[in-house]
Design a protein around this ligand. Structure first.
Ligand SMILES: CC(C)(COP(=O)(O)OP(=O)(O)OC[C@H]1O[C@@H](n2cnc3c(N)ncnc32)[C@H](O)[C@@H]1OP(=O)(O)O)[C@@H](O)C(=O)NCCC(=O)NCCS
Length: 178
């Protein structure tokens, strides 16, 4: 398995991976919503505001994870992990955790201080995320599932509370995604 930053020539393949994986796990309409999100990242988001890492097996992209910028007035350098997908037949083999660690390491090397995500604490706690309250880090939109608001510092062993509001990129700025 190879882990790397995505190549823009693979946009179609990556969109397909997300549509397929989320259609399998949550139904076709959710697959299309997530496919639109990944397409918006790769085709209409400033390249400085998102990154995507992929897992490749024998030239086939079998997993992907997106991180996009979360902006704070205080200037803390932060990214949000969302979405991620590992093709159904490759799930449960540790690939998702390795792909996230690969991505977090790349962000760390680029001076990112904080990573947050919004999902299942049981899974994301395996790669260093903990449940956080909005007193620690404010979400950019209203959370329908506050128990899934998670974060980790990439520079110390705890997150210093950030009091200012956060802003996400346009692709994520849709209440239904939260
Ligand atoms: C969630 C997902 C990315 C995990 O990737 P993965 O490669 O299957 O996960 P790993 O093999 O690295 O880790 C497996 C561990 O996570 C847990 N896990 C796997 N999928 C999970 C899920 N959907 N929800 C919660 N926990 C999950 C397993 O219990 C397992 O723990 P264990 O090893 O102690 O049994 C992948 O299953 C997936 O793409 N699912 C469908 C899409 C999705 O839900 N994406 C995440 C939301 S954006």
């Amino acid at each position: 398995m190879k882990y790397s930053e995505y190549n823009p020539s693979k946009i179609e393949e990556i969109n397909h991976l997300f549509i397929k994986t989320f259609s399998d796990s949550e139904g076709e309409s959710e697959g299309l919503v997530i496919g639109e999100l990944t397409n918006n990242f790769m085709t209409s988001t400033d390249v400085n505001d998102f990154c995507c890492f992929v897992a490749t097996n024998n030239n086939e992209i079998i997993g992907g994870v997106f991180f996009s910028r979360l902006t704070f007035e205080s200037g803390v350098k932060a990214y949000i992990l969302s979405p991620m997908a590992i093709l159904t037949e490759y799930q449960g083999k540790g690939i998702g955790q390795k792909l996230i660690s690969f991505g977090l390491n790349a962000l760390k090397k680029n001076g990112v201080e904080l990573a947050v995500t919004y999902g299942d604490p049981n899974f994301y706690s395996k790669v260093g995320f903990s449940v956080i309250s909005e007193e620690i880090v404010k979400a950019p939109l209203k959370l329908s599932y506050p128990e899934g608001w998670l974060g980790q510092s990439l520079v110390s062993d705890r997150i210093d509370p950030i009091t200012d509001k956060s802003y996400c990129v346009e692709a994520l700025n849709k209440p239904d995604l939260w």
